[in-house]
Design a protein around this ligand. Structure first.
Ligand code: ZN
Length: 189
């Protein structure tokens, strides 16, 4: 069972369902999927928020990410600074790059927005210019959000930001692998 597919069980809370792709898969319940989540609380929260859309756990996720992933030697006098940076990293990881304005909605190879004009009901999304790709945050924006100047961002924090993104991505693949393994074990018993 594809772990991402299995995770839709958590968001819809349907108690049993047949996997429509193969037709022969055993039934999986909400409890099965919840029980197959990684034991590590951070990893479990990561996939619940990102893949099961359980945004009620957003604050928990941030808290755990700060506890587990923020290196002590990155010390910052202002704890809110760490919090704000972690927030940005996690947001970008959850939604890696789809234009917020059009949501990547595509017609004839270009992303579009609806208009009120009946003759031309769609127009190319001006924010991403039809690509659907969210523009990377500028260094200035990130620095401002975190509460540091641009030079400090470039000298110190930009690399840390990238490092943190990489950490989240590798934890995510670990978590999904564990979920998949646990689901397979369940199917065999
Ligand atoms: Zn767009």
């Amino acid at each position: 069972m594809d772990p991402k597919r299995a995770l839709t069980r958590l968001s819809t809370r349907i108690t049993r369902y047949a996997d429509t792709v193969s037709g022969s898969q055993p039934l999986l319940s909400w409890d099965d999927v919840a029980g197959a989540l990684p034991k590590d609380p951070l990893q479990s929260l990561m996939i619940r928020v990102k893949w099961a859309g359980e945004s009620q756990f957003w604050q928990d996720l941030l808290w755990w990410a700060l506890q587990e992933l923020w290196p002590k030697h990155w010390g910052t006098q202002d704890p809110r600074r760490a919090q704000r940076m972690m927030e940005l990293v996690v947001r970008d990881w959850i939604d890696p790059g789809i234009c917020h304005r059009c949501g990547g909605h595509e017609i004839d190879g270009r992303t579009v927005l609806r208009t009120r004009d009946k003759k031309h009901p769609f127009r190319t999304c001006p924010t991403c210019q039809g690509t659907g790709i969210r523009r990377a945050r500028s260094g200035r924006d990130v620095a401002k959000h975190i509460g540091i100047d641009e030079k400090t961002w470039r000298d110190t924090w930009r690399d840390r930001f990238t490092h943190m993104e990489a950490t989240l991505n590798s934890l995510e693949s670990k978590a999904l692998k564990e979920l998949e393994k646990n689901l397979n074990d369940k199917e065999q018993t």
